[in-house]
Every structure is written in structure tokens, then in C-alpha cells.
Design a protein around this ligand. Sequence first.
Ligand code: ZN
Length: 357
Amino acid sequence: MQHNAVTGIARVRARRSLGKELALQSGDALLVVDMQRDFLPGGSCAVPRADEIIAPINDYLAAFDERELPIFLSRDWHPAGHLSFKRYGGNLPAHCVQETSGAEWAEDLQIPSSARVISKASERDQSAYSVFDGTPLHVILKTAHVQRLFVAGVAIEYGIHGSVLSARDHGLDVVVLLDAVRGVNRERGDESRALREMMECGATFFEPKHGPMTHARVVPGSRRVIHPIERYGFGIQLTLPFAEAVARVVQALQDEGFGVVSDIDVAATLGSKLGVHVWPYRILGACDPTLAHRAIEAQPSIGMLLPCNVVVRQDERAVVHIEAMDPGVLSKLTEQTEIAKIAREVRRRLRKAIHRI
Ligand code: ZN
């Protein structure tokens, strides 16, 4: 009994500090996606380890409820004979059929009385990965002046991915609560691809053990000063959606006379080959054909060090790093004065391009 009381107090404290860490304020809302029995282990469409996120979701529910911030719970609410079921041409077992036990909330989910339920895909021929599809959610959020949506639940590649992308399309800031989402990972790398796409469209991720990092708002110009990276590069840091950062880098390089001759999606490659999760990471090969020609004329083997790689990567705080190889390194690797001359010119223009971004 006493033990329960003590853990109860500890939990209340933990929830208080969680609200603080999230810097919850008016304009924030919580969306819990599809925490229904059929999506939990033992259910017909089980998401592996989805039971592990019930406790963290309860903490988030309590933290939002305590501050009287809006809470939404979405549910799959299918009629019998829904198009996503195998028997009716879909690729899933029957799940979350209206008024059946499989459609009920996960048993230990502690739903505050203020929570609003959003039912989706409730028509036979209506399918919805996004909670925004065919529901009044967007209108409700707008009426409630919600600006920032925190998202938890299942499954990362489906309901979470779809809803996060729609929320961003609607201009909302989005924070994905990483300790409170789970994916199916049917194909290796599915989950990390979905997370990467969410990040690329400007969503932020929050994980309590990393401390506060909930700055979903996109503020340009966080660190425009070019700083050295080890002895082989230089770069800047920005806060903007990843896809936009890549587009801006390509444009800035073009404006300075560089073409992008190669583009390696490191995160996608490692995700599909190893099944590991890597934040968005691209290596762009920048090349000025005239200068490359001059360099090869001077030293045919110089191709080993071409093109100049520019890395665009995003870290877990959603900060984008733009980092270029310093062509000055080339002059340290060769005695050729012509190469040194070209390297200086490339260096000057690469720095100019990075300044432009
Ligand atoms: Zn469904």
C-alpha cells in the first residue's frame, strides 16, 4: 500500500517535469493514434512492442490533462467488410471492427474525460492512414487555435507517418514523442524511412532521456558563421526543414557555378542495407567542370579526390548541418602548384556558396 503511494507521488512528479520539459503552453495539443486492442500484441494486426508505450502515453495524457490542453484519441473504426481486409481485397486481417473488442482502447490506457475521440475509416470503401483524412480533426484544431501538435501511438509507418505529414501540410508544428510510438517494420528499414520523412518535412522529435528538444518552430538563421570542421572541412548550422535545406544547398552551389554530379542518400542506404536508423544524411558531390578539367590536365590521378563532397545532415534536435570538404586539403596532399591554385579558387567559391544558403 505504502509502496503504491510512494510510486504514485513519484509518478505525479515525473509528469510535472515532463510538462515542463515539453514546454507545454496554450496552442499545444496531443494526438494519440490508434491505441486499440487489435494493434497491440495479441491483437489481429499487432504492432510489435506496442504495449510498451502505454505507460509513457499515460504520462503524456496526464501532463496535457493537468494543463487543460486539448487531447485527441484517434481510432480505426471499420465496418465489417472494410476494403483493407484480406477477404475484401485488402492486405490486412480484419481489425478494429466497430463495436467489437478489437476496436476497444488498450486495456491500461488512462483516458482523461476531456479527451475527444476521432473515428476514421468508418465507411466500407474509405481508407485512412492519416487521422486528418475524412475526419473533422483539422477544423477542430483550427477552432481550438492549436499550433503545435504532439503525436504518439501506432504505427510509425502508417497512422503516425500519415498524420504527421498531413499536420505539416496544414501548417502545424509537429513534435513526435519518440518514446511513445512504435512501428511494424514489415520490411527492414520501413520504420527509419518513415521517421526520416517526418523529419524532412519539418517535424521535431522528443525523447525524455535526451532532455528538452521540442523546438518544432522553424527559425532560420541559428548559426550562419562558417566554422571549421576538424582539419578537412567547414560548415554552418541551420534550423529549417531538411528537404528545404537540400534544395537551398543545390541552388547555392549552382549559383556559384557548381553542378551537383552525385547525390548519396546515406540514411536511406544504411536503413535498407542494415535496418538501422540514421537521421537524414545526404552527400552531394559538387563539381565545376572547367576547374575539374584543369585539375585533371595538371594531374590525371586527382579524380581520386573529386568531386568536392558537401554533406547535408540533420541531428536529433532537428538542426541541419551543412558541411563541405575544404579543398585546401588538396594542396597539402600534392606538390603541384596548379592544383593548389585550383583548390584555392574552389575553396573561395564553396565558402561563398555556403554563405548564400
Ligand atoms: Zn485499419
